[in-house]
Design a binder for this molecule. Sequence first.
Ligand code: FES
Ligand code: FES
Length: 150
Amino acid sequence: MTIRLTVNGEPRVSEAAPETRLLDYLREELRLTGAKEGCGEGECGACAVLLDGQLVNSCLIPLGQLEGAEVTSIEGLPADSPLARAFGRAGGTQCGICTPGMLLAATALLAEHPRPSLEQIRAGLDGNLCRCTGYTRIYAAVAEAAEEMG
Ligand code: FES
Ligand code: FES
């Protein structure tokens, strides 16, 4: 089955089996390894990407559903974005496993709520687990980036 989609702005054509998980397609076929496999069950957000601008867990999405879709992985975001800088400054990144998913979740959140309240930040990052930071630094980083982005 031929699937045509766009990944990080680049048109892609895949002949992979339609049941191939988007996570495996990104990591194994495209060698985009920013999305991580954590739980593999849609519970941790380590594999999160944006699909047509919406945050999704790529471990749950079969390639066969992606004809014409636009996917953005962490590799498609600027490395020096206000969010990435704020995560660095606030100590929102420690082991880094959750960071790509957190940055993408925060990107989706700020697109919807440019000046989010703490409750909106918590809700926006709710599906992304972090074992290291205790979340406070991540929430602070998102608030700081929102401030900087005006
Ligand atoms: S690996 Fe996809 S949600 Fe955990
Ligand atoms: S920084 Fe380690 S899991 Fe979040």
